[in-house]
Design a binder for this molecule. Structure first.
Ligand code: 2M8
Length: 434
């Protein structure tokens, strides 16, 4: 299984970066690259390092790291919305080296850097690599805390659903109802490659595009976006990745002599963890929620992103125990594989449609690692077994049917096949002694 996974990464490897999947995702994606680098670090350190280096080559002058780098000109017409739609040069901070999007994605790079470092087992080039990457990852965190945290809470906002990584999650539904958008006339490429019922709706794309059009009008200026945009959300997954990355940078920083940075990281993290538990933890649900900064309230619906704080060591022991009950509920007494991306008890749950229900390997991996760090090995084991079973039986797909009964009747997973982060994280799981 591990060899097969390695082959998928090799096949999806381009010059210095790896595409998430052929056809549907033909460029470099930010958080995909993080998971992919982790996978490579088990068998090809050079590729792990170049994956991250290439990503940071596209970093903007203000520290922002864009979510897609449109490396291949030939592939431009195969993806929508592409560089022509974003027009990133409208921003005074944009990369001069690459055409990119103007949105970011969860800041996984700090903890990826630490794990790549650990998996390198003191190979000579790794120390220089860490020293080179550390300031770049730090600059990303500075960008986020300085520009995405208007009330200095230690919780940063995302400005677009694509920044969450969980594109069409039902949690955004009520935001979409709060403003009107035109019906855009465009040709979607994704639904030519993947069944329509497994992808977001056209109407949702209208919202996604409209937000970017607003940002263009404001030249992608963060202040204007914070003041005027209808979409400003404190997302538990995004913020967990930031806290986990802070923690990794603190450990690396102590080892590599970045003492000023370590102090700053400790200040940020203290505030972030406090606010997280005060503001985003829903005691009744036993898990973390998305907070709508514009509307001043939690968004409606529970998602697998609400379990991500386990990965960052944010919940107290007591909170973690409550989260186990919530996880149990997500499995509907064993009827569903761990971990559906949306609460299966909610009537907006859809078992095939992308981030509205299916199981994703990267979310499972984060939860497994989180549970391990709390010593909950039995739980971690259950989720690991479900993950391996799905991939073994159905292939290295992008996402999977959570309903066990339905799943038994089908041969394949959903979305893109030979999907890079599924392969990369299976490599990591198989290397784990758990
Ligand atoms: C999905 O997102 C992209 C837009 O960024 C898309 O729908 O085209 C999400 O699953 C996202 O989390 C992921 O990084 C990306 C590439 O795998 O695909």
């Amino acid at each position: 299984m591990s060899k097969h996974a390695q082959q998928i990464l090799q096949t999806n490897n381009r010059d210095g970066y790896t595409i998430p999947g052929a056809g549907i995702y033909p460029f470099q994606w930010k958080w995909d690259s993080g998971f992919i680098a982790l996978g490579y670090s088990h068998f090809d350190l050079q590729k792990a390092m170049s994956e991250m280096e290439t990503l940071f080559d596209a970093q903007w002058t203000n520290g922002f790291v864009p979510h897609i780098i449109f490396h291949s000109v030939a592939e431009r017409e195969n993806y929508f919305p592409n560089a022509d739609f974003y027009h990133s040069s409208l921003s005074e901070d944009a990369s001069l080296n690459y055409e990119t999007t103007t949105l970011t994605q969860p800041p996984v790079e700090g903890w990826v850097l630490e794990r790549v470092f650990q998996n390198a087992h003191q190979q000579t080039e790794i120390e220089d690599f860490v020293k080179k990457l550390f300031p770049k990852v730090m600059a990303q965190h500075e960008y986020l805390y300085e520009n995405r945290d208007p009330f200095h809470e230690g919780l940063v906002y995302i400005q677009h659903n694509w920044e969450s990584g969980t594109d069409n999650s039902p949690v955004w539904d009520e935001i979409w109802r709060s403003f009107k958008v035109p019906a855009y006339d465009f040709s979607r490429k994704d639904t030519q490659l993947v069944k329509e019922e497994q992808r977001p709706l056209k109407r949702e794309y209208d919202y996604y595009l409209y937000l970017i059009d607003l940002f263009k009008k404001w030249h992608y200026n963060d202040k204007s976006i914070a003041e005027k945009s209808p979409f400003l959300v404190q997302d538990p997954l995004f913020n967990s990745m930031l806290v986990a990355s802070n923690k990794s940078l603190i450990r690396l920083g102590k080892q590599f002599g970045f003492s000023q940075e370590v102090k700053q990281l400790e200040r940020w993290n203290k505030k972030s963890v406090l606010s997280f538990n005060e503001k985003l933890f829903d005691k009744e649900a036993g898990m973390y929620r998305h907070f709508d900064l514009r509307g001043g309230k939690w968004l409606d619906g529970l998602t697998s992103s609400g379990f991500a704080p386990l990965f960052a060591g944010i919940p107290t022991h007591q909170q973690m125990k409550k989260m186990l009950l919530a996880l149990e509920r997500f499995s509907r007494d064993g009827k569903y594989f761990f971990t559906p991306s949306f609460d299966p008890g909610n009537d907006r749950f859809e078992s095939q449609r992308y981030w509205r229900g299916p199981v994703w390997v990267n979310m499972n991996w984060l939860i497994i690692e989180g549970l391990k760090s709390y010593g909950e090995r039995d739980w971690a084991h259950k989720i690991k077994e479900d993950t391996l079973q799905m991939v073994r039986e159905q292939g290295f797909f992008e996402y999977f049917e959570p309903d066990k009964e339905k799943s038994r009747k089908q041969q394949f997973g959903y979305g893109g096949k030979q999907f890079s982060w599924t392969a990369a994280l299976i490599i990591d799981i198989l290397n784990d002694k758990l």
